[in-house]
Design a protein around this ligand. Structure first.
Ligand SMILES: Nc1nc2c(ncn2[C@@H]2O[C@H](COP(=O)(O)OP(=O)(O)OP(=O)(O)O)[C@@H](O)[C@H]2O)c(=O)[nH]1
Ligand SMILES: [Mg+2]
Length: 214
């Protein structure tokens, strides 16, 4: 942070991406992290088994149900929900330290978690919902991932239609026809939201300084 007494600083924001399974949320999230240095990923805790492609502590903190319940009881989670038979939750401490340092945090969480964050921190929250262009496209994407069994793909397809009904609880909608365009759109939302007057700290003093010729 600057030592300039009139410097304008900023509260960090919570940037949430949600979508039905396979709409491209994880790809967009990764691109945002690659292209913007001021946002970090919130690493969730989950009881879901780790996939071979995943790293503990990077993709998720893979924990068992007992540990998960302990975190809930100790109120260490900012939100949590059951998604597809497993529990997922956001550890609160890293989020708070990032926000306090004026950095933004990216969340890949479902609509249930987003509702809980909205109750706790509405003014710091920016909610983006990603929709697939068509259901046929969504099914193709789920099948081509090939990291889940056919039964799991079928279950996720069935749930996608339900999940999509929550679009109205979000601030922004991206229809992911072309992932490159979607990334540009997500970054545009992020960068515009950073400039919101309400997030800026010390603005009154800054303008006062300007008016005094500084
Ligand atoms: N509420 C909540 N949801 C989470 C959290 N972490 C992940 N999720 C959601 O749980 C769902 C399943 O995530 P995963 O098991 O990683 O599966 P995936 O293959 O990435 O599935 P999709 O991202 O839905 O395509 C996704 O919708 C995630 O957004 C969390 O901490 N809280
Ligand atoms: Mg995902």
């Amino acid at each position: 942070m600057s030592s300039d007494p009139y410097a304008v600083q900023r509260r960090g924001l919570m940037f949430v991406l949600s979508s039905p399974s396979g709409a491209g949320k994880s790809t967009i999230a990764r691109a945002i992290l690659d292209q913007d240095p001021d946002i970090t990923m919130s690493v969730s805790a989950t009881t879901r088994p780790r996939r071979p492609s995943e790293t503990h502590g990077k993709d998720y903190h893979f924990i068992d149900r007992t540990e998960f319940d302990l975190m809930v009881n100790r109120q260490e989670l900012l939100e949590y929900a059951k998604v597809f038979d497993n529990y997922y939750g956001t550890p609160a401490a890293p989020v708070h330290s990032e926000l306090e340092a004026g950095r933004d945090v990216l969340f890949d969480i479902d609509w249930q978690g987003t509702q809980q964050l909205a109750e706790k921190a509405r003014e710091d929250l920016v909610r983006v919902f990603i929709l697939p262009p068509t259901m046929v496209e969504l099914e193709h994407r789920l099948e081509s991932r090939a990291q889940d069994s056919a039964a799991v793909v079928a279950k996720r397809m069935a749930k996608a239609a339900d999940e999509m009904t929550h679009y109205a609880e979000y601030d922004y909608i991206i229809i992911n026809r072309d992932v490159e365009i979607s990334v540009v759109q997500a970054l545009a939302i992020l960068r515009a939201e950073r400039l919101k007057r309400d997030r800026l700290i010390g603005l009154g003093e800054f303008v006062k300084g300007l008016r005094q010729g500084q």
